[in-house]
Design a protein around this ligand. Structure first.
Ligand code: SF4
Ligand code: SF4
Length: 298
């Protein structure tokens, strides 16, 4: 396994049963608990009718749960799937923009099963703020989506960011987001979490910038890089108001990963799962069966 091969031995042991961090852990299952509906930023590639593209793909909208529903769902799946090792929160919005629900869920799962590996996915805007609380809650694996480190690129990807009771737009929004993402990544790594960085590869926007991203996130303590293709399905709407923003070709994706692999191990088996995915990665991404709270998006 290319990813494990390049990592130090103690870290290899820590990821040995996490199917996303280690390809060799494919027999283990993960489940996402969709307890986080809101988001504090807007990505041009996101259609909020669907799940967060941090960790998702277009499909049927996830049904939301509250923390009690999440616990009930966890118990029900765990009974039937003894190979379930990882419990994550990956949307459908941002885990840390829904901190109350996220921390309540983490607490309940940890009390129920101290062996469960807790995993979070975030856009990073609030990561520095919550890093030590996440570590104290037992989160050991964390993914932050960082698409660029240059605000001139960022302002083409993020139309706005809502931070500290203010809505920032344009360059100021991108500057704030990038600054918080990098500080958050550093804080999460310093708190002992195994941090993976996701980057959505967007041709013509950030494809020439992958090397800088990879170098910088490595320097800040990221363990692994997951370069994901932009999903340019029609139902995800327009990008910059332009219909037809394409996703990368297989060879463009491969080239970006080759550049990044000079600096960091690559995750190449990501399934871009839904926020309510359950199962092994090879088995495809299932979905939750017993939603407790249904939510309709406006
Ligand atoms: Fe959508 Fe995720 Fe971006 Fe928020 S962080 S706008 S949910 S893709
Ligand atoms: Fe793992 Fe990728 Fe699915 Fe997240 S989206 S659970 S990293 S395979």
């Amino acid at each position: 396994d290319q990813v494990r091969h390049l990592l130090p031995k103690d870290i290899q042991q820590q990821i040995a049963t996490h199917p996303c961090y280690s390809k060799q852990a494919h027999q283990y299952a993960r489940m996402h608990l969709p307890v986080a509906p809101a988001c504090n930023i807007q990505c041009h590639y996101c259609n909020r009718k669907y799940d967060c593209s941090n960790e998702s793909r277009p499909g049927v909208v996830s049904r939301l749960m509250d923390s009690d529903g999440a616990l009930k769902q966890f118990r029900s799946i765990k009974r039937r799937a003894p190979n379930l090792t990882v419990v994550g929160i990956a949307g459908p919005g941002d885990a840390l923009a829904n901190s109350q629900a996220t921390f309540a869920t983490l607490k309940k799962i940890r009390m129920e099963d101290p062996q469960a590996q807790l995993c979070i996915s975030t856009n990073g805007l609030m990561l520095e703020h919550y890093a030590s609380e996440l570590a104290a809650a037992g989160v050991h694996h964390l993914t932050v989506t960082i698409n660029c480190i240059d605000p001139a690129i960022g302002e083409q990807i993020y139309p706005w960011v809502y931070y500290d009771h203010k809505r920032l737009r344009g360059r100021a929004a991108a500057e704030r987001l990038i600054q918080n993402q990098l500080a958050g990544l550093e804080a999460a790594a310093a708190a002992g979490m195994l941090v993976k960085v996701n980057t959505v590869l967007i041709p013509g926007i950030n494809d020439h910038h992958i090397e800088q991203v990879s170098q910088e996130v490595r320097r800040r303590g990221a363990l692994m890089h997951n370069i994901m293709p932009l999903i340019s399905a029609a139902e995800h709407g327009t990008f910059f108001g332009i219909r037809g923003q394409r996703g990368p070709s297989a060879s463009e994706l491969e080239a970006a990963r080759a550049i990044s692999s000079q600096y960091m191990p690559q995750m190449t088996h990501c399934q871009q799962c839904r926020a309510d995915a359950v199962g092994t990665l090879g088995g495809g991404c299932g979905q939750s069966e017993e939603p407790v709270v249904e939510h309709s998006y406006k």
